[in-house]
Design a binder for this molecule. Structure first.
Ligand code: NAD
Ligand code: DAU
Length: 344
């Protein structure tokens, strides 16, 4: 089987490519990535010389390039991770989110229809469901929860999901969609909460907490997201949506305190900063369908996954120090300090 993975130089795509290349030596894995600020080939070092792995640089929204690639490679399966993924960036500059997340997806869908792809899988997010109130812990997102987005990021992801469903119904493209909760784990870019806490705490820098820190996220180790997608592309029912999550809800403040404690760093590093615009209060996934229909079970809980992740960041300082010493250096200043949200 030939599997085209897009966005495989990013956080989750990179973990997925490594997982698939090692687990299925008989399958061909093609990693297509534009290498934006979030793409990093260092993540793929362990598989770059494997005979069943190939990297191609390119933009999923570049129609001519994509059609040529499909003509040449004729993939059996497409797994689309490629996206602009950071909510804060989408608030600053929505355009690129529309281009990559919507136009990029429809370009891949067109190529998949034209070249008879046997399975197109869209990696989506629980953010398409909007948010839940803090005072209703009994409520969870199911696959039937209406789409109700908050940020330009989640709106672009929801638009892409609707196109995927339209291509299934209108053109009969065999599609599946997964909607996962917040991931964490190795190779997570340090602009996102957990790697930001780890990298800044290790340097004894302040930890910016948006608003009151009461917002709740439902954390899943990236390995468990990879096993879920693998199951869905092999055994998932065409035309279906599957929610992915492991019931690991934590407030942001709980997450920050847990990581600081594990690193033996003081809570005095916590700095409350101006809230994110339109900040979603709570995400919480009901993964019953995936568990019952496909037998998926997560390997990690938050309590086992966090120490594993911290250890990875301690053992792989070079990977993230290269990022924070490069172009990313200006990011914290532009997004936090220049906007008066935090001090240098
Ligand atoms: P990421 O930002 O770490 O990686 C995105 C990758 O896509 C990068 O390698 C980047 O170079 C590539 N890319 C961006 N634009 C591209 C383009 N036009 N053409 C080709 N490649 C391009 O993102 P991530 O956190 O790994 O998320 C991957 C996917 O999973 C996204 O679709 C995201 O919406 C979804 N998702 C993420 C989470 C999470 O917690 N991170 C949770 C649920 C779903
Ligand atoms: O739920 C899935 C989504 O999870 C994915 O679709 C997105 O691609 C991914 O980025 C993530 O979105 P979040 O906005 O939830 O993740 P982020 O790490 O940016 O923030 C997590 C929470 O922490 C959120 O409530 C905002 C808060 N936060 C974040 C940063 C970066 C802070 O308090 N301080 C910070 O500096």
């Amino acid at each position: 089987m030939k599997i085209l993975v897009t966005g495989g130089a990013g956080f989750i795509g990179g973990n997925f490519v490594q997982y698939m290349v090692n687990k299925y030596p008989e399958d061909q894995i093609i990693n297509l990535d534009a290498l934006t600020y979030a793409g990093n080939l260092e993540t793929l070092k362990s598989v770059e010389d494997k005979p069943n792995y190939k990297f191609v640089k390119g933009d999923i929204a570049d129609r001519e390039f994509i059609m040529d690639l499909f003509e040449k490679e004729r993939p059996d399966v497409v797994v689309n991770f490629a996206a602009e993924s950071h909510v804060d960036r989408s608030i600053e500059d929505p355009d690129i989110f529309v281009k990559t997340n919507v136009l990029g997806t429809t370009t891949l869908l067109d190529a998949s229809v034209k070249y008879g792809v046997k399975r197109y899988h869209q990696v989506s997010t629980d953010e398409v469901y909007g948010d839940l109130p803090l005072d209703r812990p009994d409520l969870f997102f199911t696959e039937k929860t209406p789409l109700h987005t908050s940020s330009p990021y989640s709106s672009a992801k929801a638009a892409a999901d609707l196109f995927v469903q339209a291509y299934h119904r209108t053109y009969g493209l065999p599609t599946t969609i997964s909607r996962c909760s917040n991931n964490y784990g190795p190779y997570h870019f340090p602009e996102k909460l957990i790697p930001l806490i780890i990298s800044r705490a290790l340097n004894d820098e302040t930890i910016p907490v948006y608003g009151t820190g009461e917002n709740v996220r439902d954390w899943l180790h990236v390995h468990d997201h990879c096993t879920a997608i693998d199951l869905i592309i092999r055994n998932g029912k065409v035309g279906e949506v599957y929610n992915v999550g492991g019931h690991n809800e934590r407030t942001n403040l709980e997450v920050v305190k847990t990581v600081l404690k594990a690193l033996d760093k003081p809570e005095s590093l916590i700095t409350y900063v101006t809230d994110r615009k339109g900040h979603d209060m709570r995400y919480a996934i009901d993964p019953t369908k995936l568990e019952r229909e496909l037998g998926w079970e997560p390997e990690y809980t938050f309590d086992t996954g966090i120490p594993q992740t911290i250890q990875w960041y301690l053992d792989n300082k070079e990977w993230w120090e290269n990022i924070i010493s490069g172009e990313y250096q200006n990011y914290f200043k532009e997004m936090y300090v220049d906007k008066g949200r935090a001090e240098e």
